[in-house]
Design a binder for this molecule. Structure first.
Ligand code: F6P
Length: 319
């Protein structure tokens, strides 16, 4: 029986556990022997590799995070450690590797493929939704739902006082989480790295809204903007004349019970990845776009920075 392994790399997302579950079940169904590699590429180097079966994935579909751990491996960037990684795979006759991660992980993987010929398939998994070539990355929907619940809760207290709340979302240099949350939560202000802004341009509008009875503001800001959230809160106090508070949502956005959408996408990504590898698609990433699932070359996925969906971005002008 051919042997196939899976690992998680980079920031964990809710959806990885459902993906692991389906990986094991689908591999067995396809007469493959599934293996887990623990703690990302670090574990591949340190030989933390285990043959798995159904009992290893029972009771995990509803859990965030990843049962097999994840890591950001600096060692995998060095050739000597990649050689050790290859020896570890060879010792167990593992021929195929599925990697859940972001474009940084895929870049390392591409070098590994070129050096060793190890067949792999990447599955985009990051709450940032910043991987070029795919409209969707595993974990985004759960993160958006966590943000939604947080904003709704903050709105309760914001509307009880006369206050401005600055809510900071993750996303690294990508404003996707902030923008979608803004459009779906009816917040008053959204600041993202992809769009230049001038706070001054909001001053007259916001002040006159207060005069006309507005009691509170919700501002959603992405972590990658040029100012930090405390400065934005100060601006509300000093220029708009309203008491303010800051909520940095932080890592709660990465956890939680995976949504139905993420569970389903996990199922589909894994199915395509395993089928693709059996079909000799040996060096690609399974992407999801408006036209459905398609394999894209690692080159295409990693060669440029993903641009924020222009339609979504255009909506920001109207808000
Ligand atoms: O890439 C996912 C992400 O959650 C980013 O949104 C965030 O900037 C970063 O990871 C946080 O990294 P860490 O978990 O190492 O603090």
């Amino acid at each position: 029986m051919k042997r196939i392994a899976i690992l998680c790399s980079g920031g964990d997302v809710s959806g990885m556990n459902p993906a692991l579950k389906h990986f094991v079940e689908y591999s067995l169904q396809k007469d493959l022997t599934p293996y887990f590699i623990y703690d990302g590429f670090e574990g591949l180097i340190d030989n933390k590799i285990k043959k798995v079966s159904y009992c290893d994935v029972s009771g995990i579909i509803n859990r965030g995070g990843t049962k097999i751990g994840s890591a950001r491996s600096k060692r995998f960037m060095q050739k000597e450690y990649r050689e050790i990684a290859k020896q570890n795979l060879d010792a167990l006759n593992i021929e195929m590797l599925v990697v859940l991660g972001g474009d940084g992980s895929f870049r390392g993987l591409d070098i590994f493929y070129k050096e060793t010929g190890t067949k792999f398939c990447g599955i985009p998994a990051t709450i940032d939704n910043d991987i070029n070539g795919t409209d969707y990355s595993l974990g985004v929907d759960t993160a958006l739902n966590i943000i939604k619940t947080s904003i709704d809760a903050i709105r309760d207290t914001a509307s009880s006082f006369r206050r401005a709340f600055v809510i900071e979302t993750m996303g690294r240099d990508c404003g996707y989480l902030a923008l979608v949350s803004h459009l779906t939560s009816g917040s008053e202000l959204c600041l993202i790295p992809e769009k230049e802004y001038d706070l001054k341009s909001y001053e007259d509008k916001f002040k006159s809204e207060i005069k006309n009875g507005r009691r509170y503001f919700i501002a959603i800001v992405s972590e990658g903007i040029k100012q930090d959230s405390i400065e934005i809160a100060k601006w509300f106090e000093e220029k708009i004349g309203i008491e303010s508070r800051v909520s940095i949502l932080g890592h709660i956005q990465r956890g939680g019970n995976p949504t139905i959408y993420d569970r389903l996408m996990a199922y589909k990504f894994i199915t395509y990845a395993v089928d693709g590898m059996l079909d000799d698609k040996n060096e690609s990433v399974i992407c999801y776009t408006k036209s459905g699932f398609e394999f894209k070359s690692i080159e295409e996925v990693t060669s440029k920075t993903k641009e924020l969906d222009s339609e979504l971005l255009s909506y920001l002008d109207n808000t």
